[in-house]
Design a protein around this ligand. Structure first.
Ligand code: COA
Length: 160
């Protein structure tokens, strides 16, 4: 049973994240989407809201579970018995940050390998900040996020 962790902030989850998750499902027996609370990023959705959202989005994905990540990814991966940490690599600009994080994680937990997956080229420009900016300025969100995410972003922007 080969388990991988897919950590991230997912504020909000995008079609790009789901694309990576689909690809990872083909490689591993089980996947845990691990939501970092990341208070330094002042998240738009609380960790609990992101948990509910990702659980709903992955309901049909039998291999996938969603949890809130406490502490270091490396320690979390060890506790779970994961063999891999999945990260998306969208462009060269991701490389330096991801390379540093992968090496740090290897020092912290040599048992776990970081596996980089490329999303579809349709999503290489995408990130969660862009989605929030487009929403705030009244743009169409459908190309970037599933309908449920768009609905909840609009609801939150209206103060719901
Ligand atoms: N499609 C679309 N967007 C994507 C994406 C994809 N496939 N992959 C990444 N992104 C975007 C995210 O939406 C996010 O956008 P934002 O900055 O506008 O919010 C951005 O890329 C960063 O990605 P994310 O995967 O959320 O990384 P992060 O740097 O926010 O968090 C953690 C990475 C969760 C591993 C880390 O920050 C963390 O909190 N770890 C816990 C503590 C720890 O272990 N620290 C030591 C690490 S060595």
């Amino acid at each position: 049973m080969r388990l991988a962790i897919y950590p991230g902030t997912f504020d909000p989850p995008t079609r790009g994240h789901l694309d990576i998750l689909d690809r990872a499902c083909k490689l591993f027996d089980r996947l845990i989407v691990a939501i970092a609370e990341n208070p330094q990023k002042a998240p738009f959705f609380s960790a609990k809201e992101r948990l509910n959202l990702l659980q709903a989005l992955t309901r049909e994905m039998e291999k996938v579970e969603v949890e809130i990540l406490k502490g270091l990814v490396a320690n979390y991966a060890q506790r779970k018995g994961a063999v891999a940490i999945i990260r998306g690599m969208r462009a060269v600009s991701d490389f330096e940050y991801e390379f540093q994080m992968a090496l740090a994680n290897r020092h912290l937990n040599p048992q776990v390998e970081t596996v980089f997956l490329m999303p579809s080229e349709n999503y290489t420009f995408l990130n969660s900040t862009l989605v929030k900016n487009i929403a705030e300025l009244g743009g169409e969100l459908n190309p970037f996020v599933p309908p449920l995410v768009a609905e909840l972003i609009h609801k939150k922007l209206k103060g719901g």
